[in-house]
Design a binder for this molecule. Structure first.
Ligand SMILES: C[S@@+](CC[C@H](N)C(=O)[O-])C[C@H]1O[C@@H](n2cnc3c(N)ncnc32)[C@H](O)[C@@H]1O
Length: 244
């Protein structure tokens, strides 16, 4: 069965609409979730104090909170295509330097969200979009020359262990927890399959280089998610790409 048979990528924001009220409780059951987001957000420190940051696929604001707690005086624009996820995010207390936008990533332009940005942060997003290459191209137009794209997601290394661990944890912990919390496992069975079918870290690195980002760095985390969860940091070159 392909991802499309479970959930078409264009339907992912609607699936998050349905899952939104359970989302914070479910990620709270993952002990490393917020710490890993903060560690990924540290990659954005390169932009310095007062950075203009786009948090795309911000969901209920977990990634936004990680950025706020890690960066010095950031100005954050947080965007999501799911109205219900965004409504939960907006209902939490925030600094005045955070603003919210309901939009799909591929519709973004500086006219919609402002910018250019020093940093684009996308946690658990790229695996879900209909056309990842188009998304990377869009995000590049939103970054200033020298700006940084930080991707944080389940991207399984091309080794047996991370793939076996991912399947074992999904079916023994994550999917049963989704059932116990919400009575619906569609989104989490999709999560399992989408990570298995999406890029390995090296394939993602290649995709970013082909999209004109350079250099591109890849880091994984410790514990059972080693080789499963990665933070990928990619820079928009200061000078335009040579075509000859
Ligand atoms: C797994 S959640 C991650 C939320 C948050 N970044 C975090 O770290 O907790 C993925 C989010 O991406 C959003 N999303 C999925 N496809 C999208 C798209 N095409 N454009 C914008 N947001 C999208 C979903 O609505 C969802 O809120």
């Amino acid at each position: 069965m392909s991802i499309a048979a479970l959930l078409d990528r264009a339907e992912v924001p609607a699936a998050f609409d349905r899952a939104a009220r359970h989302y914070d409780r479910l990620v709270g059951l993952n002990p490393g979730y917020h710490a890993h987001l903060r560690s990924a957000a540290r990659a954005a420190r390169v932009a310095g104090p007062g950075a203009r940051v786009l948090d795309v696929g911000c969901g209920t604001g977990a990634s936004t909170r990680a950025l706020l707690s890690t960066l010095v005086d950031p100005e954050i624009t947080a965007v999501d295509a799911s109205a219900a996820m965004l409504e939960i995010a907006r209902g939490k207390p925030w600094a005045a330097s955070v603003r919210w936008e309901h939009a799909a990533v591929d519709t973004l332009s500086t006219a919609v969200v402002g910018g250019p940005f020093d940093v684009v942060f996308a946690a658990y997003l790229l695996r879900n979009v209909p056309d990842p290459d188009a998304t990377l191209a869009t995000l590049r137009t939103l970054l200033r020359p020298g700006g940084t794209l930080v991707l944080h997601d389940y991207t399984l290394a091309e080794r047996l262990r991370p793939r076996v661990v991912w399947t074992a944890v999904c079916w023994s912990v994550i999917i049963p927890a989704a059932w116990a919390t919400s009575g619906d496992t569609t989104l989490h069975r999709y999560l399992w399959r989408s990570a298995r079918e999406f890029d390995s870290p090296s394939r993602l690195r290649r995709r970013l280089l082909d999209a004109g980002y350079t250099p591109v760095g890849v880091e994984t985390v410790g514990g059972w998610q080693r080789g499963v969860l990665h933070t990928v940091t990619a820079t928009v070159p200061r000078s335009p790409r040579r075509t000859s």
